[in-house]
Design a protein around this ligand. Structure first.
Ligand code: ADP
Ligand code: MG
Length: 710
């Protein structure tokens, strides 16, 4: 493809003009949540008693009363059809990592007359023919029945398309025998476990029972490229990442993209995305250019974790679909382009009790004691179970980020910042009595110095950082569901919170301050190896972490092994988050997915090399050889030196390329390591050739075009 052809194609798409901005009666935010069956809709469309019960479930976690299902179904249908819906679907999250939906129309025939029907049963339970979803052996195809079950805590919504709409009901997905086949069920179970543990803990602190809310704010990174480029890249089309492409002279070195002024075409896109999200009640808040050229970020306000996970799945959906309307493609892969930053999804996580964020260092001693207790529980949890936390973010795409000297390393550690580390150190070396002036602390009494409220220090190299009033788990990949990481985090913290409650419960009330201090000191002594405030990208840290005995699983295969350990099985079983069968099935599904992805990449790399690159090199070589021959035939000597020089480069390149291509073909019969190795070798050769072959002959859009023309 020639540059001029590319520029022409791009110019046409870029001509798309934005529609007039949406404005409601009271401003642009009028339509927030208009496509969601939210509190206002519930109150309007349900009889009072049913509305009250449903809202009690949504807001206070009360058990759902099945008696109200008929009223809810009726009201929901009414609400949906008034908004143009003709179909409904149970919307769920199978182990593929994306969402699934199977639409049924509301159509019912009543003596030949069409009526719109949606029953309590339609709402509560679905039975998709789900035999083709990965189940890791839980469900053989001959007993393929899977069930979807209504999750009333995540509100129904409608998805619109140009000429209609579909009512979507968030559901859990499980097998006939009750095993979870999805990512939502274990998440909900883990929330329950952590809630119960936190309630026990707070009781030890003499607090009345309140609702526990686990919160998540996922920051989503993504790339945008022009659709024309995308369609000329079989690797992007099939694998989501470029398998070839020379690094352009200028990419992110000048740091001129991060937080830079956003281009018009991108702003138009972002605005449309946000309008779509706001309609769906998703509180999109922040947008900006990211570090790499053509890379961006979207961050919503945090929400209750189950809802936030569902919303993030929708965010990814809306990003992709809106990009399509703008002649763009949104790349959610963790590493679409080699040599420049990849994309992550920072999971900001916290736990609140009633209205109090337990990870907020308060000003009063009581809240400080609770804060330090929670902090120590998280430290203990991460140190005890860093292997499964790492496992929860494993995947072929994320392998290119973690441990590859960008984003956080594959070694899990906790960043606290200097101020908080200081507090922790004081706790560890705790002086038994206290004076505010002395600057040391004793928790739970009014002599406690105020804790630093703002950990302004932002260490971007840490995989798990305390950021003021929440932890930020930075290892999850941009395309991954937050569900897995959140399920693991909730479970491991439930474990340490429970242990803490066990110990506190043994103390007499008057001993609690002293006793707590001893417990926290023990935890810090035992688990401080997980705390690291330095640069996580350095070789020294790798060595240091090894000395500290911290695991460093730098590949998916290594990381996944954590699922199979006896210790982790016992943990998940104890909390009823995964049983053995569910855990084994996940191991199988994730392994298989990993191997399939690598194989697909290898096959596409081979295909591109054989059918796109080799022919072009031959063409150029042939041209040069015949030019040399014509020169000789015409008795011309000028230029023949140059021709010979180029023939040598092309000829050697061709031989090298042929060899690497055949190696690639052979590697496809081998293990994933061989495939990855052959792909890397082949890429080096192809990227070298990209720099010498005529630009108008090169069949793949180049990095310098894809990353800068949009
Ligand atoms: P950055 O990490 O880029 O500085 P922000 O400080 O804006 O970003 O916060 C990132 C995310 O953290 C946002 O989605 C925000 O809503 C979320 N967040 C803030 N407080 C909490 C909390 N208590 N629990 C969970 N997420 C939170
Ligand atoms: Mg952040």
């Amino acid at each position: 493809m020639s540059i001029s052809k590319r520029a022409f194609a791009v110019g046409k798409i870029a001509d798309i003009r934005p529609e007039a901005p949406l404005r409601g009666k009271h401003g642009a935010m009028d339509f927030f949540g208009e496509d969601v069956f939210n509190t206002a809709a519930i109150n309007k469309y349900l009889p009072k008693p049913a509305a009250k019960k449903l809202l009690d479930t949504i807001n206070n976690g009360a058990r759902i009363d099945p008696e109200i299902a008929a009223d809810v179904a009726h009201g929901m249908k009414q609400w949906a059809i008034e908004r143009g819906a003709t179909h409904f679907t149970h919307w769920f999250q199978p182990l593929t990592g994306s969402t699934a939906e199977k639409h049924d129309s509301f159509l019912e025939l009543d003596g030949g007359r069409a009526i719109m029907s949606f029953s309590a049963k339609n709402l509560i339970i679905g039975e998709p023919d789900a035999s083709s979803f990965p189940s890791g052996g839980i469900r053989c195809t001959f007993e393929a029945r899977g069930y979807t079950a209504w999750d009333p805590t995540s509100p129904a919504f409608i998805k619109r398309h140009a000429n209609g709409a579909t009512l979507c009901i968030p559901t859990a997905f499980c097998s006939y025998t009750g095993e979870a086949l999805d990512k939502k069920t274990p998440l909900l179970r883990s929330c329950q476990s952590l809630s119960a543990a936190v309630k026990r803990l707070m009781k030890c602190f003499g607090q009345p029972e309140k609702r526990v809310k686990i919160t998540l704010g996922p920051e989503q990174e993504y790339f945008l490229i022009d659709k024309n480029f995308y369609f000329s890249r079989p690797d992007l089309l099939q694998t989501g990442r470029t398998l070839f492409g020379a690094t352009p002279p200028k990419h992110q070195q000048l740091e001129d993209h991060y937080f830079g002024s956003i281009k018009q075409r991108v702003l138009n896109f972002m605005n449309d995305v946000e309008v779509e999200l706001w309609k769906l009640g998703i509180p999109a808040k922040t947008r900006h250019n990211e570090v790499a050229p053509a890379q961006f970020e979207l961050a919503p306000m945090f929400e209750e974790v189950n809802l936030a996970v569902d919303h993030n799945m929708l965010v990814m959906d809306v990003l992709r679909q809106t990009a399509d309307r703008h002649g763009l493609v949104c790349l959610l892969h963790e590493k679409p382009f080699a040599g420049i930053n990849g994309s992550g999804k920072h999971n900001n996580w916290s736990v609140s009790y009633g209205d109090t964020n337990l990870l907020n260092p308060g000003t009063d001693p009581h809240q400080n004691a609770i804060f330090l207790t929670m902090l120590c529980c998280v430290i203990e949890a991460v140190d005890n179970h860093s292997d499964i936390l790492r496992m929860s973010v494993a995947g072929a795409g994320n392998d290119h980020r973690l441990g590859a000297n960008e984003a956080p390393p594959a070694i899990i550690s906790v960043y606290l910042g200097d101020q908080l580390s200081d507090v922790i150190e004081q706790l560890e070396n705790g002086v038994p009595t206290s004076s505010r002036h002395g600057g040391f602390m004793r928790i739970g009494v009014d002599t406690l110095p105020p804790l630093p409220k703002d950990a302004t220090d932002r260490n971007r190299t840490s995989p798990f950082a305390f950021t003021g009033n929440k932890f930020e788990f930075r290892a999850p990949g941009s395309s991954q569901s937050c569900s897995g990481p959140m399920t693991v985090l909730n479970t491991i913290v439930a474990d340490s919170v429970d242990k803490m409650a066990d110990r506190l419960a043994k103390l007499q009330e008057r001993d609690i301050n002293k006793g707590l201090q001893d417990i926290l000191r023990d935890i810090i002594k035992k688990h401080k190896r997980i705390i690291f405030n330095g640069d996580g990208y350095t070789e020294e840290w790798r060595r240091e972490a090894q000395n500290r005995g911290l695991p460093n699983a730098d590949s998916t295969m290594d990381a996944l092994r954590a699922i199979t350990s006896e210790k982790n099985l016992r943990l998940f079983e104890r909390y009823g988050v995964y049983n053995q069968k569910e855990l084994e099935s996940r191991f199988e599904v994730f392994m298989e997915e990993y191997h399939r992805r690598i194989r697909i990449e290898g096959e596409i790399a081979l295909d591109i090399a054989r059918s796109m690159i080799i022919p072009v090199v031959i063409r150029e070589y042939k041209d040069a050889v015949s030019a040399l021959k014509s020169a000789a035939d015409s008795g011309i000597s000028a230029g023949t030196g140059g021709l010979k020089h180029n023939i040598k480069i092309l000829g050697e390149g061709l031989e090298d390329l042929t060899e690497k291509t055949e190696n690639m073909a052979a590697a496809l019969n081998g293990l994933h390591e061989e495939i990855l190795g052959a792909m890397a070798d082949l890429r080096l050769t192809v990227d070298r050739l990209e720099r010498v072959i005529a630009d108008d002959l090169w069949p793949l859009p180049k990095y310098r075009e894809m990353l800068f023309i949009y």
